[in-house]
Design a protein around this ligand. Structure first.
Ligand code: 5GP
Length: 181
């Protein structure tokens, strides 16, 4: 165990195994759909997850990226959401799969869904790696696909950062409190 981590809550093996299962579920959902499937990776946290997940999808997909920020260098949500980078693809009449790292209060996802709905896609589904349901303020925001439910702890690794660091860890862990105090 590294000095800066209190615990590892999901190992690399657990994450990769679950992604294979999620890939099967997504293949079942999208295999008969004729319209394009746009996979929307929410930067930067969902980068690793998206890269591994799309390799499990058997049909053609188009990638696009959105950069949305709700957190600064802190571990608590600011409560406001800013779109830093929008999609490049026209999603009208196409299936959209939003890929998120973690759904916490649900504010970010609510905002992203609202924006994308106005562009008249054929469907919008959400696949998140992690869900912290106990923290949800937007009660109606429920991901269609969820890798793992986790307790209310600030986690890092596998794309998730603290002040832009720790994203490259292949597993997910909890920082020692002294790392951000
Ligand atoms: P929400 O809008 O649902 O409160 O927050 C979603 C965003 O907050 C996530 O995409 C992620 O960037 C950040 N976030 C929420 N919980 C955590 C956490 O435990 N660790 C990290 N690194 N980021 C988190």
């Amino acid at each position: 165990m590294r000095d800066d981590l209190k615990e590892i809550i999901l190992t690399e093996e657990q994450i990769q195994k679950r992604i294979v299962e999620l890939g099967c579920e997504l293949n079942n959902l999208y295999e008969d759909k004729l319209e394009d499937l746009i996979v929307v990776c929410i930067l930067k946290g969902a980068l690793m997850f998206t890269a591994d997940l799309v390799r499990q999808i058997k049909r053609q997909v188009v990638f696009d990226f959105m950069d949305v920020s709700s957190y600064g260098g802190d571990t608590e949500s600011s409560g406001s959401v800013r779109i830093n980078k929008d999609l490049e693809e026209d999603i009208k009449g196409k299936h959209v799969l939003i890929v998120e790292d973690i759904v916490d209060t649900g504010l970010t996802l609510k905002k992203v869904i609202e924006i994308l709905q106005t562009r008249e896609p054929a469907s919008i589904k959400v696949c998140t790696l992690l869900d912290k349901p106990n923290r949800r303020t937007e009660k109606h925001i429920i991901p269609d696909f969820n890798g793992f439910e986790i307790p209310d702890k600030f986690v890092v690794g596998y794309g998730l950062d603290f002040a832009e660091k720790y994203r490259n860890l292949p597993f997910i862990g909890v920082l020692k409190p002294e790392m951000y105090e």
